[in-house]
Structure formats: C-alpha cells, structure tokens
Ligand binder design. Structure first.
Ligand code: B4P
Length: 186
C-alpha cells in the first residue's frame, strides 16, 4: 500500500482538503506545515510570533523553522515504529526538498509518490477568496501564487526527474478529485 506520499500544488489547489480525507482513510500521519504553523500562531509561541507576519504577507516561513517542525514529527513517528505519512504543503522549495531527503535517509525511509494538484489561477483565486482566511485577500493571494511559481514550482521537475511525480487535475468536486488521487495509489 502506498503509505509515504506528499501533495504538491499551488495555494488553494485543495491539498489540505484532500490530504485530510486520504490520511484518515488510510491511517496515515497527516502533516500539514500550514496547519502546524497556524497552531503555533494561535498558541502565541515564539515560533508562532515569528511566522505570523510572514504568513500574512504570503511569503514562506524560514526553512529552519519549518524543518524543525517536520523533523520532530517524523522522528517521533519513527521512534514509535508507526507507519505512513502524508506531507501536505511541505516541501515548498528545493532547499526544503533536499533537507527532507537527508532526514528520510537518516530514518531509512523513502517518498513513494508525489501528487501534483493542478488548477488554473482564476479558480484558485475564487476558492481562496471564498475561504476568507486572514491571508486570503486578493493582493496576498497573488503574491502567494508568485512565490509558488518562483520557489515551489521547481519541485515539479525535481520530483519528475526522481520518477516520483504524478499529476491530477484539481478542478471538479472534492469526491471527483479524491477518486483521481486514489486511482494513483497501490
Ligand atoms: P497552506 O496552509 O499550505 O495553505 P494553502 O496552500 O493556501 O491551501 P491548500 O492547497 O491546502 O488548499 P485547501 O485544501 O485549504 O499554506 C499557508 C501559508 O503557510 C503559506 O502561504 C506559507 O506562509 C506558510 N507555509 C506553509 N507551509 C510552508 C513551508 N513548507 N515552508 C514555508 N512556509 C510555509 O483548499 C482551499 C479552499 O478551496 C478551501 O476553502 C476549500 O474548502 C476549497 N476547496 C477545496 N477543494 C475544493 C473543490 N474541489 N471545489 C471547490 N472548493 C474546494
């Protein structure tokens, strides 16, 4: 069974929506760096204070901060001998992808599949405007899309060349998209 995977795609493609359902259905650890960062902000931790302004601008939080969060979660899971995971919104640039590879090598684990969720900017913008999170206003969304193109989109080639990437069309109902993703899994 495919049990170590990550979701890649622009902001608002529905990574979180699909990841939550799939992880619950397959008993995987769902690791969303966006959710974890928002939890730190809500709890008012030092880490949250550092992340809050960066997220509000639609930029990427520092690699060291995000990596510390991911490393501790994956190490905890490996220590108790638990199985699979689904990384949602991480990595978001090549430095994070390289660091993830090093971490997984240390843990003796490997990514089995990278699911790229593809969607037009117009649909993304409408979805995020109707979600209405604090970082979901038009100017910030447009900036997040630019950051995606510059920093995250190079991961498409990175994982394609590693032979791990499969793309799905992320337009349609939540159920239709879930069906397309499930069809890629063993
Ligand atoms: P994230 O929390 O990762 O959020 P996202 O990319 O905006 O959304 P996602 O694709 O998960 O879409 P969702 O399912 O919610 O990032 C937020 C910020 O955190 C970043 O800008 C950055 O600052 C920071 N961050 C996170 N990870 C980081 C990292 N690794 N490094 C540095 N910084 C990091 O869906 C969007 C909306 O569409 C929802 O309202 C949903 O209900 C709706 N929707 C979903 N599927 C739909 C469908 N099929 N039809 C219609 N609507 C749908």
């Amino acid at each position: 069974m495919t049990s170590r995977l990550l979701f890649l795609g622009p902001p608002g493609a529905g990574k979180g929506t699909q990841a939550q359902q799939l992880a619950a259905a397959r008993g995987l650890l769902h690791l969303s760096t966006g959710d974890l960062l928002r939890a730190e902000v809500a709890a008012g931790t030092a880490l949250g204070l550092e992340a809050e302004a960066v997220m509000a601008r639609g930029e990427l939080v520092s690699d060291s901060l995000v990596l510390a969060i991911v490393r501790s979660r994956l190490e905890q899971q490996a220590a108790v001998g638990a199985g699979g995971w689904l990384l949602d919104g991480f990595p978001r640039n090549v430095a994070q992808a390289d660091a993830l590879k090093t971490l997984l090598d240390d843990l003796g684990q490997q990514i089995e599949l990278v699911v790229l969720m593809e969607l037009d900017d117009g649909v993304l913008l409408q979805r995020l405007l109707s979600r209405g999170r604090t970082d979901d206003n038009e100017a910030v969304i447009r900036h997040r899309l630019e950051v995606y193109r510059e920093q995250t989109a190079p991961l498409i080639r990175y994982y394609r060349e590693a032979g791990l990437l499969q793309a799905v069309e992320a337009d349609g109902t939540v159920e239709e998209i879930a069906g397309r993703i499930t069809a890629l899994l063993d």
